[in-house]
Design a protein around this ligand. Structure first.
Ligand code: PGA
Length: 240
């Protein structure tokens, strides 16, 4: 696992954007695993700016997002569909048929998503944020690691963290559909970005702690091509 600390959050996120752009440059029909949340926004802004300047082309790129709330209207500003549309999909030449987010809530819905990823040839590069509790996607701390795309019940900590996107915490959906840890680990390369002091403990436990489903991101220690990019605050405990 590679670990790099940057001067500030923007630089850490832009470094992730560099890796995604390099992947697209190397392989025009790359399969990108994408994440939502506040953290990746500068990475998407950077990809949009490079697209506008003709540096990268999304014409043959395929994307698979990590997760979505169960039952949310895709047009709702709090949905991950909406987020991706706002920050990336509407701003580059991705073909609508090449863009995928998980939906539904049955085991068959999860399997269909896994099969679509498999049919695309697997994920070349997976972008990840991390929760304060060490979650990746919506894989919350649990007694065991998840495998494929599945429905999850959100923890109180995640509901509180995500309430800022809704009118009130009561409006946060209680369930989401998320790629599993197995899907994430199957990506050929992984880029995890963490910024801000609230993530410092999760970063430390991810990189230095025991590998345990109680800190879902800790399994990334076993991935052969994983880089963790942080700002000074999120990387603070790693410097001690
Ligand atoms: P954030 O979310 O980027 O909004 O902090 C990350 C996550 O919870 O995975």
């Amino acid at each position: 696992m590679e670990f790099h600390v940057y001067e500030n959050a923007k630089a850490a996120c832009e470094a992730a954007g560099v890796l995604l752009a390099a992947q697209i440059t190397r392989k025009g029909d790359s399969v990108l695993g994408l994440a939502t949340g506040s953290t990746p926004i500068p990475a998407y802004a950077m990809l949009v700016s490079w697209y506008e300047r003709g540096v990268i082309d999304f014409d043959r790129v395929r994307t698979f997002n990590l997760d979505e709330y169960v039952g949310i209207d895709p047009q709702s500003p709090a949905s991950y569909h909406y987020f991706m549309h706002e920050h990336l999909f509407s701003k580059v030449n991705l073909r609508p048929e090449n863009v995928h987010l998980p939906s539904g809530q049955t085991a068959a819905d999860g399997r269909a998503y896994d099969e679509a990823i498999h049919a695309a040839g697997g994920i070349d590069i997976q972008l990840l944020g991390i929760g304060r509790n060490g979650h990746i996607g919506f894989n919350e701390p649990a007694g065991e690691f998840t495998y494929g795309t599945h429905t999850v019940t959100l923890t109180q900590s995640t509901i509180e963290a995500n309430a800022r996107f809704f009118a009130s915490p009561d409006d946060v959906p209680r369930q989401a559909i998320s790629m599993g840890i197995g899907n994430i680990m199957a990506a050929k390369c992984i880029v995890l970005v963490a910024t801000g002091s609230a993530k410092a403990d999760a970063v430390y436990r991810t990189i230095r702690g025991p590998i345990t489903p109680r800190v879902p991101a800790s399994i990334l220690q076993l991935h052969p091509c994983c880089v963790v990019l942080t700002d000074r605050e999120a990387g603070a405990l790693m410097m001690k």
